[in-house]
Ligand binder design. Structure first.
Ligand code: NAI
Length: 287
């Protein structure tokens, strides 16, 4: 099997924006696609079947194979139902693309528990629920592809997005461990950090910048990571407007003491502790 041909791919939040582009490209490359979308507003309120149905109609009109699913990824039952949608329609699940997302932007000083929970539930719990439901199938068949969607807001921070940034970096923590646990089962787990003009970014970037950021640019990366040929795992790759680049933690050479240092002693070496001149790629403790 080459590329993603014949694979069963779940794309969450595929009723619009990036997810729609991913679903269209997977279908074009011969994958069978579950187009999941709650069909709500940008803040996650409301819902409906129109968004997912429209993308399924687009795929089938172009000769591809797809089914719609309207469950929310934010609950365990929803995550299971999304994966069941793949099993019921196509008898398997090979790839999960965790793309569904919402925003509740507000400064940390003004953030309510409701705004925190809503965002963490969709991005972090949603990724967990769908991936956890697919995982036993991946292990059993000796093949699986987990793709999560992170963000520069999580990797580097963004004003007014403490909830979103925390959830977006949490999914990188998730793939770091899934990469280790999945290795012997032929399962890879990677993250994409997109930058694209969608309804999510329509008011956060200037018009001329948005014009360069067609979400279609991100999908070839997602399909590549899902392919049979790509064995890379535990990677984070940024994609936007034709630019693709790996993101990785670097660890400074640092300073080693053979005793518990005094605070002043540590402070005296601070420049060397944070000096990145001889930094190397960070790696797991036992890796
Ligand atoms: P979007 O708002 O067009 O797409 C998100 C989709 O997820 C929507 O269609 C929405 O209905 C769906 N969704 C929301 N909650 C859901 C739930 N509980 N269950 C199922 N579906 C649900 O926005 P966009 O930009 O396409 O975002 C896709 C992903 O990319 C998100 O995870 C977002 O955080 C991420 N991202 C986007 C960036 C960008 O520049 N557009 C930057 C960094 C990350």
């Amino acid at each position: 099997m080459a590329g993603v041909e014949g694979r069963v791919v779940v794309v969450t939040g595929a009723g619009g924006g990036l997810g729609r582009q991913h679903a269209l490209l997977f279908a074009e490359r011969g994958a069978r696609v579950v187009v999941n979308d709650l069909g709500g507003a940008r803040d996650g309120t409301g819902g409906g079947s129109d968004m997912a149905d429209a993308v399924v109609a687009e795929i089938t009109a172009a000769g591809g194979e797809a089914v719609a699913n309207y469950d929310s990824v934010a609950t365990a039952e929803g995550g299971e139902a999304v994966v069941r949608g793949a099993l019921d329609a196509f008898g398997a699940v090979d790839v999960v693309v965790n793309n569904a997302g919402i925003l509740r932007d507000v400064t940390f000083a003004k953030m309510t528990d409701e705004q925190w929970d809503a965002v963490v539930k969709v991005h972090l719990y949603g990724t967990y629920h769908v991936t956890h439901a697919a995982w036993p199938h991946f292990r059993e068949q000796g093949f699986g592809r987990v793709i999560v969607t992170t963000s520069t807001s999580g990797l580097y921070g963004n004003f007014g997005q403490a909830n979103y940034g925390a959830a977006k970096l949490a999914v990188v923590g998730l793939i770091n461990t899934l990469a280790l646990e999945g290795r012997k089962y032929g399962i890879t787990a990677n993250a994409v950090a997109p930058i694209a003009a969608t309804r999510m970014t329509s008011d956060v970037m200037p018009e001329d910048m948005l014009a360069q950021l067609d979400p279609a640019y991100v999908s070839p990366l997602v399909v590549h990571l899902a392919s049979e040929e790509c064995a890379d795992t535990g990677e984070v790759v940024l994609a936007g407007g034709g630019h693709y680049a790996r993101v990785h933690y670097m660890q400074a050479a640092g300073v080693r003491f053979d005793h518990v240092p005094g605070i002043d002693e540590l402070a005296a070496k601070w420049t060397a502790v944070i000096d990145m001149a001889d930094a190397e790629l960070g790696r797991p403790l036992n890796g």
